[in-house]
Design a protein around this ligand. Structure first.
Ligand code: CO8
Length: 257
């Protein structure tokens, strides 16, 4: 397995993962999924992780889907195993205790859109194209798209996209809430640098607590979720970060987390 299928760069605990198959528009084959799983083995073991940014190599694609050439001759059992393996890997990515952000720099189709949906939020360059075109190939999304897309954009819009297979541009993706912001490719690089600074500079335990509160709370009724928030809020006062953050404010200096 080539270790380069996913490139890993670390800047002070903010790790950038780049899907690196630009000649195939970064299509997800079994090698890429295995490389992503291997990268996650490392990331999950790190106590100093602050955030993860995911993008695609080159200027044309984030990820243009699962690899169609590899998928074409799979049996039903092989397809189930591959989809199961990819789903489990994306679940691990989603479950990282730090923010995971998709920097969508071009085509974001099929499994690529499902990868972006497994991230906490996504931003896109203005040339990005989104879609779940699986029905055009005689299949349905298999990396979580039928489940995460309706949770992000609502069931009607998700059904529109997964049953027509139509592609949408970055501005429509913004309008339906699939991405948070749209910018030029150059600005996307600036945004990545800004996020690296912001997420690398904030209190790491507070950032983890904020993600945990949102993620775990969404699976609960409001009263239980509010109780969870209270516990996680109180926990902030049991560590050093709260004292440092509030002392820095009072002393008119930058906090050192
Ligand atoms: N798989 C494999 N190769 C791909 C893929 C892909 N998904 N997308 C692009 N490529 C390859 C092309 O074959 C081409 O290779 P080559 O140069 O060797 O001919 C190279 O990338 C460049 O692509 P194009 O020449 O087609 O570039 P264009 O600019 O003309 O078109 C498109 C770009 C519109 C993105 C076009 O490539 C395209 O339509 N790609 C396929 C998009 C798609 O249908 N994606 C969904 C795939 S299905 C899926 O993701 C299911 C997920 C669940 C799987 C469950 C597992 C069992």
């Amino acid at each position: 397995m080539s270790e380069q299928a996913i490139e890993v760069q670390d800047e002070g605990g903010v790790v950038r993962l780049t899907v690196n198959r630009p000649k195939a528009l970064n299509a997800l084959n079994s090698e890429v999924i295995a490389a992503l799983a291997a990268a996650l083995d490392d990331l999950e073991a790190r106590g100093d992780l602050r955030a993860v940014l995911i993008t695609g190599a080159g200027e044309k694609a984030f990820v243009a889907g699962a690899d169609i050439t590899e998928m074409r001759d799979k049996s039903a059992v092989e397809a189930r195993d591959f989809a199961g393996q990819a789903q489990a890997t994306l679940k691990r990515l989603e479950a990282l205790p730090v923010p995971v952000v998709a920097l969508v720099n071009g085509f974001c189709l099929g499994g690529g859109c499902e990868l972006a949906l497994a991230c906490d939020w996504a931003v896109a360059s203005d040339n990005a194209v989104f879609g779940q075109p699986e029905v055009l190939l005689g299949v349905i999304p298999g990396f979580g798209g039928t489940q995460r897309l309706p949770r992000r954009v609502g069931p009607a819009m998700a059904l529109d996209l997964v049953t027509t297979g139509r592609k949408i541009d970055a501005n429509e993706a913004l309008r339906i809430g699939l991405v948070n912001r749209v910018m030029s490719q150059a600005e996307l690089e600036d945004y990545a640098a800004e996020l690296t600074k912001q997420l690398g500079g904030n209190g790491p335990q507070a950032v983890r607590g904020a993600k945990q509160a949102v993620h775990d709370g969404l699976d609960q009724d409001l009263d239980s979720a509010l109780a969870l928030e209270t516990s996680l809020f109180a926990l902030c006062f049991a560590g050093d970060e709260q004292r440092e953050g509030m002392s820095a404010f009072v002393e008119k200096r930058k906090p050192n987390f």
